[in-house]
Write a protein that binds this ligand. Structure first.
Ligand code: NAD
Length: 321
């Protein structure tokens, strides 16, 4: 078992990172937790309200690409692990302008990997089901499926995964990769599907749905995802990859209808818009390795988790009176 005594979380002010921070702080064996976050448009200090009262937590504002800052952080404290959640994450933005994705998601991971090797700290890289590309109907991809990314975002994440795998093969570096399916939960940025639908619905504005809306995603509650990340860090053998998914497939249209039903808004708000280029019509993971090796599985039922999330996000996104 790897120790959670002192952990560096990069991207801890983002959506999944800020939940991971909460889950880590619940652990009594954790003595120190440092967040390194650039606080881009996607990161937000408000995501850390509550955890910021815990004396074990510190937030350092800085860039993954700043090697001298990484060296200073890793020299000052003997961290037992680094969990890398810092990334550029919005697919649409990667289509408009891929460079920040190449900088943070590839160059940033290369910089962090090298620093982790130099300071001999284990590194978990948080990746995505999108690296496998479109999953054909009736199939689920396991960890040996070929990398076949469709968007610049997915390509940048796949590139990072290859760098992490190369570090294991070349340097026997202590690295683990988790590939997560679509997360839902509180504190997600307003540009992402579920918060965007809620924001629009609360204002009686059109809910934009790409193409037919029949694109399928495997939706997992962010609490489950974070427990999977922690289990992979603690128990995952070096060099291994773990798919983290809930086997809970829903179409984008189904998600939009679900939001409207919970918020008691009419379905006529749904507006089909031109599809995103390269839009994969299905992602589906086989998470059996995580169950077998980590004894992890997603536990929060979609129905209750989704309804609680919609209500929580609605409270965050409600128009000011
Ligand atoms: P997010 O966009 O909400 O947060 C990303 C965080 O990283 C932000 O706080 C941002 O300020 C920080 N950041 C960005 N560039 C940085 C840099 N150069 N240096 C330091 N910090 C930087 O993202 P998220 O949805 O929480 O995703 C976290 C991780 O999980 C990402 O690696 C993403 O690819 C992966 N993932 C997310 C999902 C999902 O459904 N959200 C699914 C699968 C995988």
């Amino acid at each position: 078992m790897r120790s959670l005594r002192s952990i560096l979380v990069t991207g801890g002010a983002g959506f999944i990172g800020s939940t991971l921070v909460r889950k880590l702080l619940e652990r009594e064996d954790l003595e120190k937790l440092t967040i390194l976050d650039k606080l881009t448009y996607a990161g937000n200090r408000r995501n850390l309200i509550g955890p910021d009262r815990d004396p074990r937590l510190e937030l350092i504002e800085g860039d993954l690409l700043d090697r001298s800052l990484l060296d200073a952080i890793l020299t000052n404290t003997p961290y037992t692990g680094i969990l890398n959640l810092a990334a550029e994450t919005h697919v649409d933005r990667s289509i408009d302008c891929p460079q920040p994705f190449i900088n943070t998601n590839i160059q940033g991971v290369a910089t962090l990997l090298d620093a982790a090797r130099h300071h001999q700290v284990a590194l978990l890289q948080c990746s995505t089901d999108e690296v496998y590309g479109r999953t054909p109907a009736h199939q689920r991809f396991d960890e040996f499926a070929r990398l076949n990314p469709s968007s610049p975002y997915a390509a940048s994440k796949a590139s990072a995964d290859l760098l992490v795998q190369a570090a294991f093969k070349t340097h026997h570096q202590e690295v683990i990769i988790t590939r997560c399916s679509n997360n839902y939960g509180p504190r997600q940025h307003r540009e992402k599907l579920i918060p965007k639908l809620i924001y629009q619905a609360l204002r009686d504005l059109p809910l934009p749905i790409y193409g037919s809306g029949q694109q399928i995603r495997d939706w997992m509650h962010v609490d489950d995802c974070c427990l999977g990340i922690i289990a992979a860090f603690e128990k995952g053998p070096a060099g291994r990859i773990f798919n983290l998914g809930a086997k809970s497939e829903h179409t984008n249209l189904g998600i939009a209808r679900g939001v409207l039903k919970i918020l008691k808004k009419p379905e006529k708000l749904i507006t089909h818009v031109e599809d995103r280029p390269g839009h994969d019509d299905r992602y589906a993971l086989d998470p059996r390795q995580a169950l077998r090796v980590l004894q992890w599985r997603a536990r929060i039922p979609f129905r209750s988790g989704f309804e609680a999330t919609v209500r929580e996000l609605a409270a965050e996104l409600r128009p000011e009176e």
